[in-house]
Ligand binder design. Sequence first.
Ligand code: FAD
Length: 447
Amino acid sequence: MSEEAWPYAADSDPASLDAASADFGHLIRRRPAAVCRPGSAQDVAAAVRWAAGRRMPVAARGQGHSVYGRAQAGGGLVIDMSELGAVHAVEADRVTAGGGATWRSVLDAALPHGLTPPVLTDYLDLSVGGSVSAGGVGGMTFRHGFQSCNVVELEVVTGEGEIVTCSASTHAGLFDAVRAGLSQYGIITRAVLRLVRAPELVRLHTLFYPDHRAMTADQRRLLSTGRVDYLEGAIRPHPPGWQHVIEAGVWHAADSPPDDDETLAGLSDLRARAESVDLPYPELFRRLSKLESSLRAAGTWHDPHPWLHSFIPDASADDLVAELLTDLRQEDLGEFGRLLLYPIHPGRARTPLMRLPEGEVAFLCGFVRFPADDPSLTDRLVKANRTAYDRIRAVGGHLYPVSAVALTQADWKDHYGPWWPAVENAKARFDPRHLLTPGQGMFPDSP
Ligand SMILES: Cc1cc2nc3c(=O)[nH]c(=O)nc-3n(C[C@H](O)[C@H](O)[C@H](O)COP(=O)(O)OP(=O)(O)OC[C@H]3O[C@@H](n4cnc5c(N)ncnc54)[C@H](O)[C@@H]3O)c2cc1C
């Protein structure tokens, strides 16, 4: 790699450095030496080479929704991807977007063509580069896999500062490393994303259960019948106890409403409490924006967020959730928090570096915490995340690494198991100086 002069001045004004020192988690702060906002892949490549010449760590920053400093680079260079946020051509089955584009802008561009990404996250203000680097899970994952499974092609700037276009057939090694690769091998500057027909309406059923075992039993039933297009679930604080809820959606057009009796046949929910509504399809993904507005209005959006996400095997899911609930206090989630339980089919994932449990079915198990802003509570919850993670992996579960858990290289070796040598090889090939994304703690030592 040749070190070259970077023609774009790095921004080191205090406001930019402050902004790049924080993230949504508000748990970790690392101040970079410089921040830049490149407008092209060539600029990103020049920035990486510039940092390499100074042996500076580098982290891309999308929308800053990491919860544990993963988009930070202490003493290094943060590459703010917001200038690469455009959505370009929408074609019959795909759309091209900048790595810094949000899923909201991708959906907004696709919908006028009657199209949608097959998998959307619950919250649309995440960047394409940020979520494809993590995986990207939502209510359509049980059918279509992760967002990272629905990528046609990527343009990537490697840790060597080279621009490479990769896909399943060209530079497949890089394509497989970058998707859910936790930003260890390259920065995504452009993505070609799969699109499918968007439904007009969603019949959304909200189903209530007396406990989580009844809830997961019906999630399994709904998976096996294939009658729904969208499937999530959550355990929410409902003082003095918990509320167990499935959200199941059926795509349809206004002139052909679905048969609710058929959809809900054989389920064991508390039917008198069930709610069924028709929503325009985009509204399904705007619900979290409403929560965001409430939290911003209450001044709590910027409080600490010690979230923990994992994938747990079906065979131990019910007992494990019972165990996790025993230790969980309502204040640990807060009024707006929840324990997510989304069923998925691990076999439908087509992203090699996504670590998932064995078996036909697994569950995303996610502690979405909005606790009070109290340092001792925050500290306890970060420790509780570690305890929960250790239990989860003891039963064959895996971390979804968008979580507030400090990980050592030994943890990463354990996380990847038999894949660790492939991870090391990919790092040696695509980021041999270990510049990229130090916040994961995966390769803490310089080679
Ligand atoms: C409110 C909220 C809701 C969420 N909902 C979901 C959900 O429904 N499903 C889900 O799967 N996850 C969800 N997440 C987690 C989220 O997917 C990840 O935190 C994601 O990485 C955030 O993207 P971002 O652009 O905001 O990331 P940032 O914090 O900016 O970056 C996250 C990581 O990606 C890297 N990165 C950023 N841009 C690029 C790029 N262009 N190329 C390579 N690496 C890059 C960063 O260096 C960092 O390591 C949610 C998080 C929050 C805070």
